[in-house]
Design a protein around this ligand. Structure first.
Ligand code: CA
Length: 233
């Protein structure tokens, strides 16, 4: 991964929030932060983050609710809960709601960084597994950005592969252009004027993976819902 790993810190205590930002930036992460529950939820739902560090006691909305709502929107979003409470019940509740891990405050920086690295490693297992995408008549090698139909090889751009990987990982449903812009492009705003970007990329991909790009069988349009990749067909 060449791009920087993006982390969202949702923590209301200024000293802890700023301390976390300093440490994470020092470790070469790109960091955004929120100081209230609603602001954190908004950022979590509209941005694209590799990991969310989520405090539990927050003004406006607590970390449990944020975790629950982020999970409902995106099952795969890695989340580490920051808890001042060390009772098993609190921790179990966080993990039940889908947090990947928790770190009890006060935490050592070294321990926190190790936990972050472990969660990021686990979350990339999915990418490893999606290394090859099998479509009707087409095999795509996501690592080498290439595809073949058995007789001809062709190259994809990195963005095209990211788009294909996201569609493949969610092959059980059509994905809206807005979701693709947020999750693949990392856009947070003005989605309505950017949806053509998605269409242009889809058209370019179809010229490579479809026998007849005007009658797509692999990357289909689901009217009113978005695009769906027919993986393993
Ligand atoms: Ca707090």
């Amino acid at each position: 991964m060449n791009r920087k790993i993006r982390i969202l810190v949702i923590e209301d205590e200024q000293a802890i929030r700023e301390g976390l930002i300093d440490v994470l930036v020092f470790h070469k992460y790109e960091v955004d932060s929120a100081a209230t529950g609603p602001q954190g939820l908004e950022m979590a739902l509209t941005g694209r983050f590799d990991l969310i560090l989520l405090d539990i006691m927050l003004p406006g909305m607590d970390g449990y609710e944020i975790c629950d709502r982020v999970r409902t929107a995106d099952r795969d979003q890695p989340i580490i809960m920051l808890t001042a409470k060390t009772s098993d019940e609190e921790i179990v509740q966080g993990l039940k709601l889908g947090a990947d891990d928790y770190v009890a405050k006060p935490f050592s920086i070294q321990q926190l960084i190790l936990r972050i690295e472990a969660v990021l490693r686990r979350s990339q297992v999915g990418l490893e597994q999606a290394r090859a995408i099998s479509l009707s008549g087409i095999e795509i090698d996501t690592r080498n950005l290439t595809g073949t139909n058995g007789t001809k090889e062709f190259a994809f751009t990195k963005r095209e592969i990211e788009l294909l990987v996201y569609l493949a990982e969610h092959g059980d449903r059509p994905i809206s252009r807005e979701e693709l812009l947020v999750k693949v492009w990392g856009y947070a705003k003005n989605l309505d004027i950017e949806t053509r970007t998605v269409d242009i990329h889809i058209a370019k991909i179809r010229r490579k993976i479809e026998l007849d790009p005007k009658d797509p069988q692999n990357l289909i349009t689901v009217r009113g819902a978005g695009y769906r990749l027919m993986v393993g067909a």
